[in-house]
Structure formats: structure tokens, C-alpha cells
Design a protein around this ligand. Structure first.
Ligand code: 1GP
Length: 285
């Protein structure tokens, strides 16, 4: 798998590429450019799994952005997802602008709708709800969004989004107008994820839904990881480091938490999440 893109200085200066990057450096006059996707793969390889924190502009006030990001950075978080289902009060552009001022970590849009595209981000999860059979969320919205993403010059990361039943009707299930995979059917999730991989998707996202009562079952994470060769993101309803650790032990490559850190009393626990997720770093020699 290609990990880095090597361009000459002249290529860069002549603007032949459209990718946006988080890491650039020159070695002997050659510019090494790492795409966000590759950077995440590197993190997974070196730390065991990556840890992303979801920031929802509807739920996080701008005054809390800087202190939360500082906390995340010193605790070992690998990057940020930004997005929300509705964006009722939040202003995505200025929110991302505030976040980018505070961090050099990847800032990736996790879109709740096609209105959530901004050139200020580094990348966007290009989500297709492959657990559903609603054509709009499988391909329809993508047709409208693609030219906007191209114009914004942000890196699209093709992601098979699998909604998993979590005890209640989540916003993601309701908004996508599709049925989630039943909790007791890991084999359906596994076959769906494999189809996503064969369609060329780069990540599978197993989603219990933001604020879900129950996270994605461990057996389902295991079944999907046994079938698939692409990294698996797991999110929704993860509120303890122990839960995060179990997802990683069962094959998750990226863990996402959102709701739990909207309460600043929980911020001291970010490092505990990071430490169990980055299991390769804690191996004693
Ligand atoms: C939701 O997976 C994310 O899309 C995060 O969920 O807010 O429940 O942590 P939580």
C-alpha cells in the first residue's frame, strides 16, 4: 500500500496536485506529502489503533474549543472529527476555523448532511450508508456533494457507514431513513462491510449512534474485523476506557468518542481512553 506521495519541489510549486495534507517536509529537495488517510494508517500501524474525538458545533460552545483541544492534544488524541446531524445553531465554517487555530492534528469533517463541506478542513469522511437501502444515502447525496468537495480541495475518504441497532432510534437512523443492522446479527454487518471493501471503500464505520445507550456489540466488531482487510472505525455510546479497549481488542482500528467529553468534568479521562486505544505504546520492554 502506498504510504507517501513523493513530489518534486517543482511539482508542488506548479500546483499539479489537488490533495490537501497534514504533513509536508523536504528531504534532499523532494517534498514528502502525507495524505490524511495515510497518516491515519501510519498511526494505526505504530500505536495499534487511532483515537479521534468528535466535536459537534451544535453542542460545543466556541469558548470551550481551545481548552478541550489542548486537553486532547496533551492526552494523545490523534485527530478530530467535526460534524453534527442538524447544525441547528452551529456555524461549521467558523467552528472549523477556531479548531484549526488550535491544532495541527487532522481535522476531518464527519458530515450529517451535504451542507457540511468546508475548504478549511483537511479531509471529509465520504460516507455511504451501506447498511441501508435508501438510494439517497447510498449514492444520491454524493452526486450533489462531489463537485463541492472537489472545489473545496479537501481529501475525500470513502467510508462504508454501517448503522447498528442500539436500543433506541438514533438520529443517524432516523435521518437516513434506513434500518440499522440488528444487534444480534454480526454476520449481516460482516457481509455488508465486506461488500464495502469490495466496492473500494477505505474505512468501515460501525456506528451505534451519537449518545447511543449501547455501543456496537464486541461480537459484531470481531465478526467484521475477521472478514475485512480495511480499518474499522467504531463509535457511538463509548463512555469508558474499558469499552474502548474491548472494541480495539476485537479488531477496531479507530475509536471515536463524542458525547462523553461534552461534559468538561470528564476531560481528565481522555488520556485513559488514549492509553488503552494506543495499546502498542504501552507494551513494556
Ligand atoms: C457518533 O460515533 C460518534 O457518530 C460518537 O458517538 O457521541 O456517543 O460518543 P458518541
Amino acid at each position: 500500500m502506498k504510504e507517501i506521495y513523493i513530489l518534486t519541489k517543482n511539482d508542488f510549486l506548479s500546483n499539479k496536485t489537488q490533495f490537501f495534507y497534514i504533513s509536508t517536509r523536504f528531504i534532499s529537495g523532494t517534498l514528502i506529502i502525507m495524505k490524511i488517510y495515510d497518516r491515519l494508517l501510519n498511526t494505526i500501524r505504530s500505536k495499534g489503533a487511532a483515537y479521534l474525538v468528535l466535536l459537534d458545533p451544535d453542542k460545543l460552545s466556541k469558548s470551550k474549543i481551545a481548552p478541550l483541544i489542548r486537553h486532547c492534544e496533551k492526552s494523545g488524541v490523534d485527530g478530530f472529527l467535526i460534524g453534527g446531524s442538524l447544525m441547528l445553531s452551529g456555524d461549521l465554517e467558523s467552528f472549523i476555523e477556531h479548531v484549526k487555530v488550535e491544532t495541527t492534528h487532522p481535522v476531518i469533517i464527519f458530515p450529517g448532511s451535504i451542507n457540511q463541506i468546508s475548504p478549511l478542513a483537511d479531509a471529509i469522511l465520504f460516507l455511504s450508508v451501506i447498511s441501508g437501502r435508501n438510494a439517497e444515502h447510498l449514492i444520491g447525496k454524493h452526486v450533489t456533494a462531489s463537485p463541492l468537495i472537489k472545489r473545496a480541495k479537501i481529501e475525500p475518504i470513502s467510508t462504508g457507514y454501517i448503522l447498528v441497532e442500539s436500543g433506541v432510534t438514533t438520529t443517524a437512523v432516523y435521518m437516513s431513513g434506513s434500518l440499522p443492522v440488528p444487534r444480534n446479527k454480526p454476520e449481516i454487518a460482516a457481509a455488508t462491510a465486506l461488500a464495502g471493501e469490495y466496492l473500494g471503500m477505505k474505512f468501515i464505520y460501525l456506528e451505534a449512534g451519537s449518545g447511543a445507550h449501547e455501543s456496537v456489540p464486541d461480537e459484531m466488531v470481531k465478526a467484521v474485523s475477521e472478514q475485512c482487510n480495511i480499518p474499522i472505525i467504531v463509535g457511538g455510546g463509548i463512555r469508558t476506557p474499558q469499552t474502548a479497549r474491548r472494541k480495539v481488542e476485537n479488531g477496531a482500528s479507530i475509536i471515536v468518542t463524542g458525547n462523553f467529553f461534552e461534559d468538561e468534568n470528564n476531560w481528565d479521562m481522555i488520556k485513559d481512553f488514549a492509553s488503552v486505544i494506543h495499546y502498542k505504546l504501552s507494551v513494556e520492554v
